[in-house]
Design a protein around this ligand. Structure first.
Ligand SMILES: Nc1nc2c(ncn2[C@@H]2O[C@H](COP(=O)(O)OP(=O)(O)OP(=O)(O)O)[C@@H](O)[C@H]2O)c(=O)[nH]1
Length: 496
């Protein structure tokens, strides 16, 4: 079962239970068995699921349920909390400090995505002002150094490796020393992988670790390995001091349940997840939004953070003011398109919005959407300042449209289509008038201020339907606006 289906299965199990007239132990057990089955099919380790079931039974008081309290919510809350508990080992991973040299060593099986992830990790930090460097201590796989070199060059990150030297320990030590001298503050060591766990791999890893004394060892795991996740993660943990986990390939058909098992096995937190082959398809991992998504709901705070990440700081207050005023010009549309392109694949960004499922925005459509945006931007490049800064669509008469089409080498029909898109966005924008927008990190105030009516106006009708209409939206927003009350996370209404 893939992640997206898990939420649906759990919600269905809860719904069935809610429909029962009397909630007794039998009905509760049936519901929990259904949830257990769903989790097992998502590759969560058997023991974890069994413990979770026991814990939920301890928490959920049958007398409360019988008294007609909101059964669904009580159990939803218990499942949500239990999943969060599994994913939160209770202690944060070592966090490197900018300006102070830290060595981070990556370990994992061959093909888990280690080399790709090293570069993504370096690139992520580089964008935040760090001075990362990459060391290729993988002498086992021919071509590993070339791959790292290629990735590092693309991202303009210094790298170190050798075609001749076959001793990974020697390369690792030399690389780390060199980059320490060059004042790099994040020295990332990529190690060899093997097809399967074997003594030679673990011995090599141990030696590299002993020689380079990493501040953090990151275990990289492919999310599709399924039930083997627990044993694999544990084997690595027993050889080197794994302090954090990165789960790759969370896009596609991954069964994300293995993530939970890896945390349990290493007692280390997941710090990032890989969501694609590209350098920027890499997300910081947060337990609550992840569980919320695991259970089929969106991650509004992740979406807003992404916006804060890509809209340049100096543009943010200006943009937010314009949003509050409700005036929308073609120039604003142009700037937003630029930001959207920077955000990375659109389906990934939109999957953070509640209700936006993969079916609604299939991954394969990303390229089409991006090409369309680029086409619109080319046409806007042929506009005058007056046209770009006007919020009056009537200004764009036929002769202007013909001139723009000629100037950009596109058809008049396409300019008209772009203007339709502009009008559609302007309409949505005008409905945001008066909205209070929070500063970065204060997402709760955003959800408090943005009421369900505001939201219902800007959501596409089919999405609103998917959430469960106004009722579903209200309960969803309530749940996202309050940390104490995560109960509506499953999109369920307030039925008893
Ligand atoms: N879809 C997807 N593909 C990924 C992701 N991360 C890595 N990959 C792909 O997985 C494949 C293997 O990645 P590598 O980085 O070469 O794997 P590795 O673990 O370093 O392999 P060794 O160096 O042989 O140990 C490559 O085709 C990557 O592009 C991800 O998050 N999503």
């Amino acid at each position: 079962m893939v992640l997206a289906d898990l939420g649906g299965s759990i919600t269905r199990a809860l719904k069935q239970m809610s429909n029962a007239t009397i909630i007794d132990e039998k009905v509760l057990n049936e519901c929990l068995n259904e949830i257990t089955r769903a989790l097992l099919q998502s590759d969560v380790q058997f023991k974890l699921v069994r413990d979770m079931q026991t814990n939920i039974k301890k928490i959920v008081n049958l007398d409360d349920l019988a008294a007609g309290h909101n059964k669904r919510r009580i159990i939803q809350q218990a499942v949500f909390n239990e999943l969060c508990n599994i994913l939160d080992p209770g202690k944060p991973a070592f966090t490197p400090k900018k300006g102070k040299a830290s060595v981070v060593m990556f370990v994992g099986l061959q093909g888990s995505g280690k080399t790709t992830t090293c570069t993504k990790y370096a690139f992520y930090h580089q964008k935040k002002g760090w001075k990362p460097a990459l060391v290729c201590a993988d002498t086992f796989r021919a071509g590993a150094f070339d791959q790292l070199k290629q990735n590092a060059t693309k991202a303009k990150i210094p790298f170190y490796g050798s075609y001749m030297e076959s001793d990974p320990v020697k390369i690792a030590v030399e690389g780390v020393e060199r980059f320490k001298k060059e004042n790099c503050d994040l020295i990332i060591v990529d190690t060899s992988g093997r097809h399967k766990q074997e003594a030679a791999l673990f011995e090599e890893m141990r030696q590299v670790s002993e020689a380079t004394k990493p501040d953090l060892v990151i275990f990289v795991m492919d999310s599709s390995i399924g039930q083997a996740a627990f044993d694999q993660a544990q084997a690595f943990k027993q050889s080197v001091a794994v302090g954090a986990v990165i789960i790759t390939k969370m896009d596609g058909h991954a069964k994300g349940g293995g993530a939970l098992s890896a945390v349990a096995a290493t007692k280390s937190p997941v710090i990032f997840i890989g969501t694609g082959e590209h350098m920027d398809e890499f997300e910081v991992f947060d337990v609550k939004p992840f569980v919320s998504r695991l259970l089929g709901q969106g991650d509004l705070s992740g979406f807003m953070n992404k916006i804060h990440e890509v809209v340049p700081m100096d543009q943010q207050p200006e943009l937010l003011n314009k949003l509050q005023e409700g005036t929308f010009t073609l120039r604003i549309m142009y700037e937003q398109f630029q930001n959207i392109l920077k955000m990375g694949p659109m389906s990934e960004v939109f999957s953070m919005l509640p209700g936006f499922s993969n079916e609604l925005l299939p991954k394969g459509k990303d390229q089409d959407s991006q090409a369309k945006i680029k086409r619109y931007m080319t046409m806007m490049d042929s506009m005058t300042n007056e046209e770009l800064d006007s919020s009056n669509p009537k200004l764009m008469n036929e002769s202007r449209m013909m001139r723009i089409a000629r100037g950009s080498g596109r058809q008049v029909r396409e300019v008209m289509e772009m203007m339709e898109e502009y009008k559609r966005l302007a309409k949505i924008w005008s409905k945001m008038k008066g909205l209070k927008i929070p500063k970065k990190g204060d997402m709760n105030s955003m959800t408090r201020n943005m009421n369900a009516t505001h939201m219902s106006k800007i959501l596409p009708p089919q999405m609103l339907k998917q959430i469960g209409g106004m009722g579903g939206l209200q309960s969803l927003m309530k749940s996202m606006g309050s940390n104490k009350d995560m109960m509506g996370m499953f999109g369920g209404g307030g039925e008893q």
